[in-house]
Design a protein around this ligand. Structure first.
Ligand SMILES: [Mg+2]
Length: 688
């Protein structure tokens, strides 16, 4: 990140809510009973929904209900009737097992989540799944559950807000100016990704990020004192965060004061440490791990009702509770205030206003398709031999000129994976050696909208990032992973750095397209496909070593179908299927076979997923029945069995690599044109 990006933005004092929330009359002499009643509504909805489902997690919603009341009623700028307006505050429930807290908040504040859905908590087809899922429930900003990743998503959202503000705000006009709030539990902070992402957030000084730590001293196994004794406050201060310590998480007024302090700009992200009791309100379960992940049971629920003075039956709410929570009117007023500011901005800067809206919709520019055609035509005409990582860098440079939303980055190794480009300016991030955080932060950036993130590392380290990739695929996010050094061809760094099972294992992730292009043209096609893949992530597997340009007509069109005929003969004896660096080996094998009067078709298959989605006519035309097939890829062979069939063969690598020059390794492991020709000839002789 360069200086212009990191330059501290002057931050206006957080807008007050346009309309104050209604106060409830205190029915008892003690201050705050009205607010406790509202918080208890969250507790009771959570308890009763978990009981109805006979599964779920009541402890966290009961423990964080007072924090939620303070944040959601007093500070969160959102509009239940328009959950997607661009400048809303983002709220992330990183401890996603407490999903009923979020569903109760969404229902009570007026989102389109009727009580019927709360009754159907965790049931098939409901909008209240066990963990919050993006795209299923209005108002859910990200899918959370794997602990710590929501926190990293929140870092990504706060980063996106910062970058878009720097790009679009103008003197006198602040159209991007919102907070990102996140709830975390002990589990989130134990997971390593919390370190990666919060260390990065501290370095970047993301001051509009406010995280609430549910410090209850309990995780599933019991009191955390035996396994989690970090001084969390000191840990976050060491990251460069502002820490607000020892807030009573059950005192609404103490929470108000802490939030006010957290919103005052300080150039740092803020952690609010809230002392809470898990299962607060349950006479016999509060403060114990038993409150965490199981229904309380009818006897304890009755005891909790009595203890909280809650007289309503399950899923019924007193009118004053409904009125106290309803945020639709003030949400609409808050959004209307932004809309007026945006309209003034769009009047003064019409082009930027239209561009901002396009970017937030995630649409490509109208001219993109024709510009991409022209660019790919140029790549085809040049037909240059180069490493596909180098071709990727050129593709990034070309795309960056067409797509101002493209936001690059790398988990270190920038000079190796070639993810930076000439003139990138503030559009390339150094994520540091933090592959998992990079993946999850990119998910947060994509969820925020307005930017199209890509990030690079070595393919062998995709394992570190894997659960982030899985969640981007699950959520259907447009995120591009640049994985270079894609096999034994990387040479001397040896087996720790040589991916073997990675291509196959990435292909097993549903809704992830995995491209392994064979030359510069296929790399350009793959990049275009990644950019146009609006409902899922893409992995690009790229070579360290130089690869020859393949020659053929209509290759750009055909390669976009994932698998196609690269070289052919009229009377076929055998079909060779190859990807990436092994396409050149297959082409050489074809020449050797021709010398033996064996006619081989070469199928380049840069993306199995895209090929498998083609109509049967295309697939049969590329892989004709009754012609034996052999696949060659310098990696795990198992998945290729599906494409070569029971009588086919696969030349690959089902063991770990070695440290040696690349050419020696290919010979050593028998991934050569000679071996491929030999095995192909054997297939043909079996047949005759
Ligand atoms: Mg805990």
């Amino acid at each position: 990140m360069n200086a212009s990006m990191t330059a501290a933005l002057e931050v206006r004092e957080q807008d007050r809510l346009a309309v104050s929330p209604p106060e409830l009359p205190d029915n008892t002499p003690d201050r705050g009973s009205g607010r406790r009643l509202l918080a208890n509504a969250l507790r009771m909805l959570a308890i009763d929904a978990v009981e109805a489902a006979n599964s779920g997690h009541p402890g966290m919603p009961m423990g964080m209900a007072d924090i939620a009341e303070a944040l959601w009623r007093r500070h969160l700028r959102h509009n239940p009737t328009d959950p997607g307006w661009p400048d809303r505050d983002r709220f992330v429930l990183s401890n996603g097992h407490g999903s009923m807290l979020l569903y109760a908040l969404l229902h009570l504040t007026g989102y389109d989540l009727p009580m019927e859905e709360l009754r159907r908590f965790r049931q098939l087809g409901s909008r209240t799944p066990g963990h919050p899922e993006f795209g299923v429930t209005p108002g859910v900003e990200t899918t959370t559950g794997p602990l710590g990743q929501g926190l990293a998503n929140a870092v990504g959202m706060a980063l996106a807000e910062r970058l878009l503000g720097a790009e679009f705000n103008r003197p006198g006009h602040r159209i991007v100016d919102h907070r990102t709030f996140c709830f975390v539990g002990d589990g989130c902070l134990m997971e390593g990704i919390s370190h990666e992402s919060c260390s990065l957030a501290g370095a970047l000084g993301l001051e509009k990020l406010v995280v609430f730590y549910d410090d209850n001293g309990i995780s599933i196994d019991g009191p955390v004192a035996g396994w989690f004794t970090d001084d969390t406050a000191q840990r976050f201060e060491a990251y460069g965060w502002r820490v607000i310590r020892q807030v009573d998480g059950h005192d609404a007024y103490a929470l108000d004061a802490a939030i006010d302090e957290a919103l005052a700009p300080r150039g740092k992200p803020t952690l609010v440490c809230c002392r809470t009791v898990i299962g607060h309100g349950s006479p016999n379960r509060a403060g114990t791990a038993e409150a965490h992940g199981a229904p309380l049971g009818s006897a304890e629920i009755a005891a909790t009702r009595a203890a909280l003075g809650w007289n309503s039956p399950p899923f019924e709410l007193p009118d004053e509770v409904r009125a106290g929570w309803d945020a639709r009117r003030r949400g609409a007023a808050t959004q209307a205030d932004w809309q007026a500011r945006f309209d003034a901005y769009a009047d003064a800067h019409p082009q930027a206003g239209a561009e901002f809206l396009r970017r937030m919709r995630g649409d490509l520019p109208e001219s993109f398709a024709s510009s991409a055609d022209a660019w790919i035509g140029t790549v085809a005409a040049r037909a240059e031999a180069m490493a596909t990582r180098k071709a990727s860098q050129q593709a990034i440079g070309a795309l960056a000129g067409l797509l101002p939303e493209l936001l690059g980055g790398s988990a270190d190794l920038t000079g190796s994976n070639l993810t930076d480009w000439r003139g990138s300016g503030g559009r390339h991030l150094h994520y540091g050696v933090r592959e998992f955080a990079m993946a999850a932060v990119m998910n947060g950036i994509a969820l925020h909208g307005g930017l199209l993130p890509f990030g690079g590392t070595f393919l062998a380290f995709s394992d570190y990032a894997r659960n982030g990739l899985r969640l981007s695929a699950l959520m259907g996010l447009r995120v591009v992973h640049v994985f270079t050094h894609d096999g034994i061809g990387l040479g001397e760094d040896g087996p720790t750095h040589q991916p073997v099972e990675h291509a196959a294992s990435l292909r097993l992730i549903p809704n992830l397209d995995v491209w392994r292009p064979c030359d510069a043209l296929e790399t350009a096609v793959a990049w275009r496909a990644a950019v146009e893949n609006t409902d899922g992530p893409t992995a690009l597997l790229l070579s360290r070593q130089t690869l020859p340009a393949q020659i053929g007509v209509d290759r750009a069109r055909d390669a976009a179908r994932g698998g196609y005929v690269l070289a052919d003969d009229e009377l076929l004896d055998v079909t060779l299927i190859a990807t990436g660096s092994e396409v050149a080996i297959a082409m050489e094998a074809r020449r050797l076979l021709a010398d033996r009067d064996i006619a081989a078709r070469i199928v380049s298959m840069p993306c199995c997923e895209v090929f498998d989605r083609q109509d049967p006519a295309w697939r049969r035309a590329v892989l004709p029945d009754r012609i034996p097939r052999l696949a060659v890829e310098a990696g795990a062979t198992g998945l290729w069995r599906a494409h070569v069939g029971l009588d086919g063969d696969v030349v690959g690598l089902d063991r770990y690599g070695e440290s040696a020059p690349a050419a020696d390794l290919y010979r050593h492991f028998g991934i050569t044109a000679e071996v491929v020709a030999e095995r192909a000839q054997r297939l043909c002789s079996h047949r005759s």
